[in-house]
Design a protein around this ligand. Structure first.
Ligand SMILES: Nc1ncnc2c1ncn2[C@@H]1O[C@H](COP(=O)(O)OP(=O)(O)OP(=O)(O)O)[C@@H](O)[C@H]1O
Ligand SMILES: O=P(O)(O)OC[C@@]1(O)O[C@H](CO)[C@@H](O)[C@@H]1O
Length: 322
């Protein structure tokens, strides 16, 4: 069983536009809403592939009620904690060339009693759990070290922990010695405080993150696939994608694939890239079942000097097709 925690879930709204002129009234061609937030996405991807997964999340306000209703329709097992604030809506504006401009709201502040209720729900639901995945941004009011605290508590109960977040919450999570962190290139660059331009520089950065506390680093690199750096090796995997439709949620698909693939080594990395590949070929945040025959090129003898296609990985990049 895999338990995911999303402290800042959302209803993701994807809106297709012909152009994005600032200050204009833009008539969109179509749009839709999906239940979301990083841990919700991970749980939904696992659930759709038949792996038992449960999502822990706060719900509040009318958007929270909508989110709850959507998750009920998806049949995803959830543990919801009622909060006083309104859950956020995040918007993806998709242009015809595939460029996605994403607007993420801050989400409601969580009060101390609400955060503690969510922690209690996580700790009370760790029986038979193989992995706890702590995913996404921390809303205002949540202590920056919360993921580290949960990592320690989960480890004491024999549960492995994956963390997928960014900025200070990612840095602070390392104190809890998580089994896995999944930064993208920009998040990793931010963490080590320097731009990353080649596969070799990503490996060096991932090794540094291991010395800071993570046991393994799954660095998702967009069009350059993913690198797994753990105690045994540094492995690179990638797959050909004819046309990228939307990269929103691809990182969550990759993390879900990694966990589905056993959570360690080459088989997990291969599944991560197969699922990320499926996600980018699908509109919006979520994606249907990954192609079980997806071919993935996996190698330990990759060229460390190979430049990243998304060169100058720095924080703040939008999701865009190459
Ligand atoms: N442009 C692309 N071409 C091919 N594969 C891609 C592309 N973008 C993403 N992928 C696949 O999806 C995986 C995850 O993508 P990415 O590194 O963009 O995650 P992310 O930035 O964490 O995404 P998000 O935060 O939106 O979930 C990659 O490891 C890769 O396998
Ligand atoms: O604001 P956060 O918590 O960092 O990220 C939230 C989010 O951008 O992540 C998912 C894609 O990974 C989206 O479904 C969702 O809107």
């Amino acid at each position: 069983m895999i338990l995911t925690l999303t402290l800042n879930p959302s209803v993701d709204r994807t809106v297709f536009v012909d152009a994005l002129p600032r200050g204009a009234v833009i008539r969109s061609r179509r749009g839709w809403s999906e239940p979301s937030g990083k841990g919700v996405n991970v749980a939904l991807a696992l659930h759709r592939h038949g792996l038992p997964a449960t999502a822990v999340l706060p719900v509040g306000g009318s958007v929270g009620a909508q989110l709850s209703e959507m998750l009920g329709r998806a049949g995803l097992p959830v543990r919801q904690v009622a909060v006083r604030g309104e859950i956020r809506s995040n918007i993806s504006l998709v242009e015809p060339d595939g460029t996605v401009t994403k607007v993420n709201e801050p989400g409601p502040e969580l009060h101390a009693d609400e955060t503690e209720a969510l922690v209690r729900v996580v700790l009370d639901n760790l029986a038979d759990v193989a992995w706890l995945a702590c995913c996404g941004s921390l809303p205002d009011g949540v202590p920056v070290g919360l993921y580290a605290r949960l990592a320690r508590a989960a480890r004491d109960r024999g549960v492995r922990v994956a963390v997928d977040t960014s900025g200070e919450p990612l840095r602070a999570s390392l104190a809890g010695r998580p089994d896995l962190v999944k930064p993208n290139a920009q998040e990793l660059a931010h963490l080590v405080g320097r731009p990353l331009r080649t596969l070799g520089e990503v490996v060096d950065a991932a090794r540094e993150v291991r010395t800071l506390g993570a046991d393994a680093v799954l660095a998702s690199l967009g069009a350059d696939g993913a690198l797994l750096v753990d105690a045994e090796a540094a492995l690179h995997a990638e797959a050909h994608v004819a046309r990228v439709v939307s990269a929103v949620g691809a990182g969550d698909a990759a993390l879900a694939g990694f966990l589905h693939g056993g959570g360690r080594g080459a088989p997990a990395l291969r599944t991560a890239v197969a699922w990320g590949t499926a996600a980018v070929q699908h509109e919006g945040t979520l994606f249907p079942a990954a192609d079980p025959d997806q071919s993935v090129l996996l190698r330990a003898d990759f060229d460390p000097a190979r430049p990243l296609r998304d060169a100058d990985a720095v924080p703040g990049r939008a999701n865009r097709s190459p």
